[in-house]
Design a protein around this ligand. Sequence first.
Ligand code: SAH
Length: 394
Amino acid sequence: MATVILKAGKEKSVLLHHPWIFSGAIREVRGRVDPGDIVKVADKTGNILASGFYNPASPIPVRLFWWGNQPVPPSYFETTFQNALTERALLGSDPQTNAYRVVFSESDFLPGLIVDRYADYLVIQTLNPGMERMKSEIVGMLLSLLHPRGIIERNDSDIRKIEGLPVRKGLLAGKGFPEFIEIRENGLRFLTDPNLGQKTGFYLDQRENRAIIARYAEGKSVLDAFSYTGGFSVHVAKGKAKRITRIDTSQEALDMGARNLLLNHFDDIPDEPIRGNVFQVLRKFRDMGRQFDLSILDPPKLAPTRAHRGRATRGYKDINLLALKLTRPGGILATFSCSGGIDASTFERILSWAAKDAGREVQILHRLTQGPDHPVLLSFPEAVYLKGLLCRVL
Ligand code: SAH
């Protein structure tokens, strides 16, 4: 097994159990190594500190998952997998919800592996060559531990391209790729399309936030901007919203949102689906003098990394300024950022600039984040990506 030797001082983050080693931290690689191999990592004097997957093509060539000088035990993946499942037992036994994240990559000590449960199906992503090589073993473990009807791979993420892996989608186990999978979330029914969206078909990370926002919806006119398949819309409908305006660029997502409202018998609530760019539609609404009691902004990642921060900051400020203007005095704004490159305090600062320009006072009622099926290790705060503020707009 090859050994990656770190530059002096670069062992500190490893000792704190941070799982990433950037290329700039590596002094040399001793021994023959292929992408996807497990390597040992040593400090400059040769003390073995940890082990992880190696990929020279990645800006993060080593992703650690095992600390100490002992070799990775042969049962590591099975045991770690079992632990991740045990941690989700609470969710797994909730009759109201049958869609959640089962494995969340580094946070579950399985770097590059995402496993999402959608009722009887599992959707997985293997996002580095080490995990890619483990794929058939992982499929075998999932089949024997969870007995799904099928396992789907959604390996079309951009991360795969950065890691030098081909993109692909398809069925890994079971018969027939399902066109739709019906799931339950907070007691509500949703049709999900395992082919749709940036993730694995549904934004599972917003489950708890959807339930919180629903509590503010009674009698309200709701703006659901970046509505996708209606995750928030269906919840505010359950919360007795008066009417709903949904905006998305994807007609497919809007249509599925309508089906989801219907599936839950909310077809008596006036629903205004608008296919368009939120940035433009909100401007038009402002010019028309339209007002909403409850506005929701859940844009896609505007800053995937810190390098995109400047442009993303302008984007967030722009839509939040518009949404504040469109929210009636005393109304509610729920605004989100799922950009890894923008942290919670930056996001709050952007909202404060928008509030100042809109001439509005804003009270934060809830600070929101991803659900407990997307846990965050203290040693790896980078796993926090979803930030949300539920505010009263005065
Ligand atoms: N709120 C949703 C998830 C939103 S995902 C939920 O709870 O399920 C982001 C959505 O924004 C996607 O559906 C995508 O089609 C849409 N989108 C991306 N850019 C957009 C833009 N400029 N205007 C409108 N919609 C956009």
